[in-house]
Each structure stands twice: as C-alpha cells, then as structure tokens.
Write a protein that binds this ligand. Structure first.
Ligand code: NAD
Length: 261
C-alpha cells in the first residue's frame, strides 16, 4: 500500500469541481499538491480555501510548454511527483447533425471548433500533462500513480461525439501506458488507471439543460448525482492500493450504461 502522507499530487483542472475535491482529500490525508488551471482567479480562490501545502500554477493544458513548465515547477517546488491527475476538461455538447423536425433536412451541425476544442483539452491536453509529468517522475525516480478521468460518456452518449470520443480514449490510455512502462521495467513504480464517473454534481453538470439532467437522473439507481468528494475518495483509494493498475474504474451509482438514443 502507498501512503498519501508526504506525497505530491499534480492536479490539472484543480480549481474546479472534481479536481478541487481531489486536492482537498489529498491534503486532508497529509499530502501536498500542485493545482493547475487556466482560470487564474479560481486558482487564487482555491489556494485560499486549501491553505498550506498547496502550490498553484496557471496552465493551459493545450500548450506543450505550459505542461512542461508545470511538471518542472512541481519537481522544483515539491521535490517529487507521486500522483498525476489530469482532470482539466470541458464539454461542448451538440448532435453531430440535427435534421429539422419539419423539413427533415439538416439544419444544425456540431461545429468543427466545438469538436476540436474538446479534443484539444480533454485528449491532447491530457497526453501532454501525462507525458511531461511522467518524464519528471522517471528521471527523478518517483513512485506513484497516473489517474486519468474517463466518464460513463465513454460508453457512447448522444450529443457528445466529441466528449465521448475523448473519454473512450481515457479508458484505453491506462492499458497503453501500463504496457509501455511494463516493457521498460517501470510498471511497479508508476501505475496508470482511469476513473469513470457518471453524473457528478459539479459546475459542468449543473450548467446542463435541467430537463436533460432530470431525464438522466431517472436512470440512476441511487437517485442522485455523485458527489465530487466520492470521486476524490475513489482516486485516493486507488492510489493507496498498488494492486490496481491498467484498468478503468466506474463510479456512477448504478447508472444504466450505453447509448439509449
Ligand atoms: N462532472 C461530471 O459529471 C463528470 C463526469 C465524468 C467525468 N468528468 C470529468 O472530470 C473532469 C473534471 O470535471 P468537473 O466536473 O470537475 O469540471 P469543472 O468544469 O468543474 O472543472 C474543470 C476545470 O478544468 C479547467 N480547465 C478547462 N480548460 C482548461 C485548460 N485548457 N487548461 C487548464 N485548465 C482548464 C476549468 O477552469 C475548471 O477549473 C473532466 O475531465 C470531466 O470530463 C466529469
């Protein structure tokens, strides 16, 4: 089992919902954290709330140089990286093509910009954060976990061709990274997993169309949104338990999975 006490987490999207909840849990367990976010103001507020043992770093995860600087900053300030949690993410939902109900002809399409933006942050951004932090971890002999965040959206949710594609990628990355580290004799030192939440009560979900949200909740056996703290607890438990590697762990209150159209 790994100890969180004294260990260092690098969390992107760390001033928002799940990232912030993870930072809180991590610090409560005696860890230290670097939280990174594009939202400078929210980062300052988060720092105030989290108190000591936390450093903040303004970072746009889509930029290669920002990720390299974040990983270097974490090593320099904290002396180690033990948990990498690239949780920065966005949604930009729309149907790929929407035929008009009266004419039957396509009247709306998901824009390339909305497709690309989600890929840039949720996929390319994660790749860059993980690559740069892994480099620092390997070069500095750090032990720990890369914890990606997938989603039940990875099973295929209508209106989320951009988001669901990135989250499906998050479910395969732990297998690729674990296999690569295994080949190089690193997999006992650096594990990689993904957690896949259902609908969590953060800004991302609260900003959803209420009618759509009510419809979703009707399919959740526990009858409510997942709390960010519940997801954070799962990430901490996986960190401690070294038998957990290369897999995606769902946390969704029994949500019926798959596309229901
Ligand atoms: N909320 C849910 O129901 C849910 C479910 C499954 C998975 N997830 C995933 O969990 C992660 C966190 O989601 P959340 O609900 O906490 O969202 P959130 O919107 O509360 O927080 C996301 C954070 O990412 C930051 N961010 C956005 N773009 C960025 C960029 N380019 N660079 C750096 N930071 C950036 C935002 O400023 C924000 O603080 C996301 O990857 C999301 O897809 C969320």
């Amino acid at each position: 089992m790994l100890e969180i006490k004294g260990s260092v987490a690098v969390i992107t999207g760390g001033s928002g919902g799940i990232g912030m909840a993870l930072a809180q849990k991590w610090l409560e367990s005696g860890g230290r954290a670097v939280i990174a976010d594009i939202d400078e103001k929210a980062l300052a507020t988060a720092k105030e709330k989290l108190g000591q043992n936390v450093e903040t770093y303004v970072c746009n995860v889509t930029k290669e140089e920002d990720n390299a600087a974040l990983a270097a900053f974490a090593m320099e300030k904290m002396g180690s990286i033990n948990l990498v949690a690239p949780f920065a993410g966005i949604i930009k939902d729309a149907m790929m093509v929407s035929p008009d109900r009266e004419t039957g002809k396509v009247s709306k399409k998901m824009s390339l910009a909305d497709f690309q933006r989600v890929i840039d942050i949720n996929l390319t951004g994660v790749f860059l954060t993980v690559r740069e932090c892994s480099e620092q971890m390997i070069n500095n002999n750090c032990k720990g976990l890369i914890c990606l965040v997938s989603s039940t959206g990875s099973m295929g949710t209508a209106g989320q061709i951009n988001y669901a594609s990135t989250k499906a990628a998050m479910s395969v990355m732990p297998k690729v990274i674990t296999a690569e580290f295994f080949r190089r004799g690193l997999s006992d030192k650096i594990r990689c997993v993904a957690i896949a939440p259902g609908y969590v009560g953060t800004e991302m979900v609260k900003n959803m169309n209420q009618k759509a949200l009510d419809k979703i909740l009707a399919d959740v056996p526990i009858g409510r949104l997942i709390e960010p703290e519940e997801v954070a607890t799962l990430a901490c438990d996986i960190y401690r338990n070294e038998a957990l590697a290369g897999e995606t762990y769902f946390i969704h209150g029994g949500l019926r999975l798959g596309s229901k159209g």
